[in-house]
Ligand binder design. Structure first.
Ligand SMILES: [Zn+2]
Length: 437
């Protein structure tokens, strides 16, 4: 499909705004919005969101900048217990269409992962720098570059006033740490007929992602003197919890290998499900046999493994059953089983059918503007799953830069990508929302 005259015009308009896009992305990077650890004070989240709110207001949007009430989010999925949003407002900016078209949500998270250690960087992570056609800085591709592109596209479209349906730009905190920010937008009533989350997809169109559940396995032992011969445990002797963690780790590795070999668990756009131990702690004294070992295990699973509500309860049960079976094969663990604590804040997998209107609109726009737009998926997770599953708003990923530089030292986004992304978003919006003839 070729570009229409209007689309061609809009694409050219955005092409002339290269410096403006780079300046906006740079402004966003300068705000330190490092994702929180529990209990941490807010940083520049409010300043960034106010900056965007003012800009979108000036472009003609109805702006809603709000601090979610923790009480309204208590017990909701993706929201850690006791989380508050003081100093971390969420932003919804709505450009009302002339009527009769579909509504489109453009979404991005404003939080970034820590830039530590900053001395590994070629330029300071929060002082954006252009080198060799790339914009460097923490969040350049994940995902302040994508936010700059969506804001620019929205401004250019708003000036023309041609969209039939509403265009909504919404930016949230707390994607990197939990998913609570996207959840708070959904709880606030954010909905649309389709959504684009401008994560760094390398211009693939993500329609799939994996879900994750986290487990803490408490492996019991029995403490005792490490330099003294121990009687059999049945006669009161010590039991080394580190050694008892070994069969547990081995058994879980076998579970992961079984999943990886299962033809029913192959996915065209996603890696096999996985079981990965990520934290292990045990022991408190060099001369004491440890009485307990704690393992944290990250389990990442496919959409096909989700329960009927889209979550990981089936997988969680499967892991718990596997641990029970491992224990039953060990004399000590059979009588003193491993305790399985499931983290109460899993994330859900995502699968959007390829014939969904928003998927068609974005793949076609990406092909026409930039010769991109393959269907893809993210092995990790993004806010698109929240909008899709909990707000009935199919939310694809599509954005500038590649995921390989996300979270990395010397994170960057190619400047050409910023422009191409804004152009593609604008064309996708024109087609998806429709235009006043
Ligand atoms: Zn991201």
């Amino acid at each position: 499909m070729a570009l229409s005259d209007l689309e061609r015009d809009v694409v050219a308009d955005i092409g002339r705004r290269r410096e403006e896009i780079v300046a906006l992305a740079s402004d966003l990077i300068r705000f330190d919005t490092t994702a929180r650890t529990p209990g941490e004070r807010p940083r520049d989240e409010e300043a960034l969101q106010r900056f965007l709110a003012e800009r979108l207001l000036a472009a003609g949007a109805a702006v809603d900048l709000f601090e979610p009430d923790p009480r309204s989010l208590a017990g909701k999925p993706l929201v850690p217990q006791g989380l508050d949003f003081e100093g971390r407002p969420q932003l919804v900016a709505r450009f009302v269409g002339v009527g009769g078209g579909r509504s489109l949500l453009l979404n991005g998270h404003v939080d970034v992962v820590p830039a530590d250690p900053p001395d590994g960087w070629s330029s300071p992570p929060f002082a954006p720098e252009v080198r060799d056609g790339r914009l460097y800085g923490r969040g350049a591709c994940d995902m302040k570059g994508g936010i700059a592109a969506m804001v620019l596209a929205a401004e250019v479209l708003a000036r023309r006033g041609v969209l039939a349906g509403d265009l909504v730009v919404a930016t949230n905190t707390d994607e990197e740490s939990s998913g609570a920010g996207g959840m708070s937008l959904v709880a606030h009533g954010v909905r649309a007929d389709g959504a684009i989350v401008t994560e760094p997809t390398g211009f693939d169109v993500w329609i799939s992602c994996r879900g994750s559940s986290y487990f803490t396995l408490v492996v019991p032992g029995r403490a005792g003197h490490a330099e003294v011969a121990q009687p059999d445990w049945r006669e009161g002797g010590a039991v080394n919890a580190i050694e008892k963690a070994v069969p547990v780790l081995n058994g879980l590795r076998l579970l992961g290998e079984r999943w990886a070999a299962d033809p029913a668990l192959r996915h065209p756009r996603l890696a096999s499900p996985s079981v990965v131990p990520t934290i292990i702690t045990a022991g408190d004294w060099p001369v004491t046999i440890p009485g307990e070992a704690r393992l944290t295990v990250a389990v990442t699973f496919l959409p096909a493994q989700a329960d009927p509500h889209g979550w990981g309860s089936n997988v969680e049960q499967e892991v718990a059953d596997a641990v029970a079976q491992i224990c039953s094969a060990d004399d000590w663990l059979a009588l003193n089983p491993v305790r399985v604590d499931i983290d109460p804040n899993p994330v859900m997998p995502l699968e959007i059918p390829p014939d969904t209107p928003i998927v068609r609109a974005v793949t076609a726009a990406a092909a026409d503007v930039a010769g991109h737009g393959r269907l893809g998926g993210l092995d990790s997770w993004y806010d698109g799953a929240t909008f899709t599953l909990l707000a009935d708003t199919p939310a694809v990923g599509f954005g500038p830069g590649g995921f390989e530089t996300a979270h990395a030292v010397d994170e960057y986004v190619p400047i050409e990508d910023l422009v191409t992304c804004a152009q593609t978003l604008a064309v996708a919006a024109l087609r998806f929302c429709g235009t006043a003839a």
